[in-house]
Design a protein around this ligand. Structure first.
Ligand code: IMP
Ligand code: MG
Length: 182
């Protein structure tokens, strides 16, 4: 079987955020969250599948008794654009009422997925709800999404790696890179 992401794959573009830069930023975000939520036990809600790598690193960078849950959403429409119509494919196992929820996202593009998620999760009565996004694509969002924690702002190019895929490939790349494939 061929490896999932050989580093000589011609579809791999330049490194946008390196493994080392990610590790340093995740440590900072974890420390900031531990500070902001001191004395509490926040519930991290990872949005599958893209956020699974970031979630694993972030959870270990937070020196608090965090709990983790996941949900999977899929947006209708073309593969690389979101329509804003979101379907919950896998819902959370845990009850959000009274919880300090932190939604963990891989990348915010239009922000439509997040807007839907925020509305949906707020309706479940959490004590608080904040968002931690690894990446935000610059200039694509209409209006203020109220992102409390952001890893990196990146240019408009489509990216892969560190959880982000093209047709399920490249999620295991340690760096975030542009994609040169068709
Ligand atoms: P939004 O609703 O437009 O903000 O889309 C966000 C979702 O689209 C992310 O959670 C990703 O799953 C996917 N996505 C957006 N941009 C990229 C990218 O550059 N690479 C891989 N997936 C992306
Ligand atoms: Mg996603």
């Amino acid at each position: 079987m061929e490896p999932a992401a050989p580093t000589d794959d011609p579809a791999l573009g330049e490194v946008v955020v390196s493994q080392a830069a990610i590790a340093a930023r995740v440590a900072e975000l974890g420390a900031q969250i531990a500070d902001d939520y001191a004395g509490r036990a926040p519930l991290l809600v990872g949005v599958l599948k893209g956020a699974f790598v970031f979630m694993a690193d972030l959870a270990r960078a937070i020196d608090l008794p965090v709990e983790c849950d996941f949900m999977a959403v899929s947006s209708y429409g073309a593969a690389t654009k979101t329509s804003g119509v979101v379907r919950i494919v896998k819902d959370l196992d845990l009850d959000l009422s009274g919880r300090d929820v932190i939604v963990v996202e891989d990348i915010i593009d239009s922000g439509l997925t997040l807007q839907y998620l925020r509305r949906n999760l707020l309706a479940r009565g959490p004590a608080s709800l904040e968002v931690c996004a690894m990446l935000v694509r610059e200039g694509q969002q209409k209006g203020d999404l109220g992102l409390k924690y952001v890893g990196f702002s990146i240019p408009p190019d489509f990216v892969i790696g560190y959880g982000l895929d093209v047709a399920e490939r490249y999620r295991n790349l340690p760096d975030v890179r542009t994609y040169k494939g068709a």
